[in-house]
Unconditional design. Structure first.
Length: 209
């Protein structure tokens, strides 16, 4: 959803930066690793300690620049199989760090009560979803099915979780984080089901063809 439109926008915005990086001899893999280290470092050093809007702003900037490595790859070597593998793998680390840090914030900062309990539960489910959604696609691709579909891409899930945390940090109520993480958990579950159903249907059609 947001990811499809966002990639086209960021590709145009960061093409000049990618050209500069290419001239400097910076590789796409170096950009990927740097982006992941920044995402993890920002998440674990700000969100659990209550510096939510500050961390969210920094994470949003890193997330917005996420397509620089892809743009750079297209300019240089056209992208490699290892580069795609590295990018996908490190994305899982970054996603897990963000959702785990938001969950830790709820654990350490929220008062006892239903919102805290639900935020922790949904946060844990979001962490699981961050790994399961791309795994479903990867396993589908391993049997020749391109299962890219789903109600929410990575960008959607991260932005909604981060925005809901900011609303809570602004004093609008803990329920904002509950709703945000709850949506991420629900969307992840539905996306996995969609990919399973699509893969099963595709394999069945290919078998019958």
């Amino acid at each position: 959803m947001l990811g499809n439109h966002g990639r086209s926008i960021t590709r145009r915005v960061f093409t000049p930066l990618a050209r500069l990086l290419a001239k400097a001899g910076i590789t796409p893999n170096q950009v990927t690793v740097t982006g992941t280290l920044l995402s993890v470092g920002i998440a674990v050093s700000t969100l659990p300690f209550g510096y939510v809007w500050q961390g969210a702003l920094a994470l949003a900037l890193v997330l917005f620049a996420d397509s620089v490595d892809g743009t750079l790859a297209r300019m240089t070597n056209g992208g490699t199989r290892f580069g795609a593998f590295l990018d996908s793998t490190l994305d899982r680390i970054a996603d897990g760090a963000v959702f785990a840090s938001l969950t830790a914030w709820a654990v350490f900062s929220f008062p006892e009560g239903l919102p805290r309990t639900l935020a922790i539960g949904f946060g844990l489910a979001a962490i699981i979803g961050a790994g399961t959604v791309p795994y479903a696609r990867a396993r589908a691709e391993s049997i020749g099915v391109e299962a890219k579909l789903g109600i929410a891409e990575r960008t959607d899930r991260l932005l909604i979780a981060i925005l809901s945390a900011v609303f809570t940090d602004f004093g609008w109520g803990a329920w904002w984080l509950v709703i945000g993480l709850g949506w991420v958990a629900f969307a992840s579950f539905i996306t996995v089901i969609q990919r399973i159903v699509f893969t099963a249907k595709t394999v069945k059609e290919e078998t019958q063809a």
